[in-house]
Design a protein around this ligand. Structure first.
Ligand code: NAP
Length: 290
């Protein structure tokens, strides 16, 4: 088990037997590997997950907790963020805190990142997960609703990535940024036009940041979930009509679990750090089906 490189006197040395056994599976660097290459194989330490209080974001946090990361849940609701952080500490996170943050608001994002940097002195991974989907028909949608979807799903990722990347560049140790996009980054329906536009934009934002930040050893990746039953979508997947659709549209015949999305994020932030500017689809084969 590696020592968590936290500031001051805080060290994480001994963890549970399960975590030790995980650490034993991590490849030991050979003598020919450079420090930079070794960094690619190191465990992510401090991870910010926006919208991590529930749903997919919390599932992502659980996977990082399995790997003893320190987790920051940045969500709109402080109570929900605190409760999530409390659960994550019980599940193996080295540390976890909840912070209120509206990703659509730059001042709110800057304040959140400043607290994280002051407390932990590092950010290794940012997961741009916070998102909304109003599910309104485009011909009835107000301009304000359209704009809010763009502000949260697209501009939110821009705010958080720019704020965190400035710190990562200054620290000089690289990092990973994941954009939780969607299969809707390239296909849609009449009640998800705002959502599709925001996710297509997030794809473009991710590729642009990948090019800009690659020279700083920061990889940027899209993770596109297929269908996941979360508070955002439970009105459909909890219904009989929704359940009946699953075998028809998902070759693997089940919805994704939030943790499935977390595993892809963890890969991008650990052994998969050479992946940069690409999207990993986690959809059970949904998008591949004609
Ligand atoms: P969810 O259950 O609604 O969770 C989203 C979380 O983000 C909530 O805690 C929400 O808080 C928070 N949030 C919303 N606006 C925010 C803001 N401005 N700043 C900070 N936090 C904010 O949704 P989910 O299904 O887990 O979705 C997570 C991500 O996956 C989204 O980006 C979504 O587009 C994407 N995704 C989901 C699916 C799916 O099938 N569920 C599929 C593809 C992609 P409130 O509840 O208070 O609004």
């Amino acid at each position: 088990m590696k020592i968590a490189r936290k500031p001051g006197t805080l060290y994480c040395v001994a963890r549970t037997a399960a975590l030790s056994s995980h650490a034993n599976r991590i490849r030991t660097p050979s003598r020919t590997e450079t420090q930079e290459e070794r960094n690619y194989m190191s465990e992510p330490h401090v991870v910010i997950i926006t919208g991590g209080g529930q749903g997919i974001g919390f599932g992502i946090a659980e996977v990082f907790a399995d790997h003893a990361a320190t987790i920051v849940i940045a969500d709109l609701d402080q109570t929900r963020a605190d409760e999530a952080a409390h659960k994550l500490k019980q599940q193996g996170a080295t540390d976890a805190i909840g912070l209120t943050c509206d990703v659509a608001n730059r001042a709110s994002v800057d304040a959140m990142v400043a607290v994280v940097v002051e407390r932990f002195a590092r950010v290794d991974v940012l997961i741009n997960n916070a998102g909304i989907c109003p599910f309104e028909h485009i011909m009835e949608m107000s301009a304000e609703t359209f704009q809010r979807t763009i502000d949260v799903n697209l501009t939110g990722g821009f705010h958080c990535t720019q704020a965190v990347a400035k710190h990562m560049i200054e620290r000089g140790q690289g990092g990973t940024v994941v954009f939780i996009t969607s299969l809707a980054d390239h296909r849609t329906g009449p009640s998800q036009v705002d959502y599709c536009a925001s996710k297509a934009g997030a794809f473009g934002c991710m590729t642009g940041f990948a090019v800009a930040l690659g020279p700083h050893n920061i990889n940027c990746v899209g993770v596109a979930p297929g269908h996941v039953n979360t508070p955002m979508t439970e009105h459909w997947w909890g219904s009989d009509a929704g359940k009946a659709k699953i075998p028809e549209i998902i070759p693997m015949n089940r919805l994704a679990q939030p943790r499935d999305i977390g595993e892809a994020c963890y890969f991008a932030a650990s052994t998969g750090r050479y992946c940069n500017g690409i999207t990993i689809r986690v959809d059970g084969g949904n998008a591949a089906q004609a």
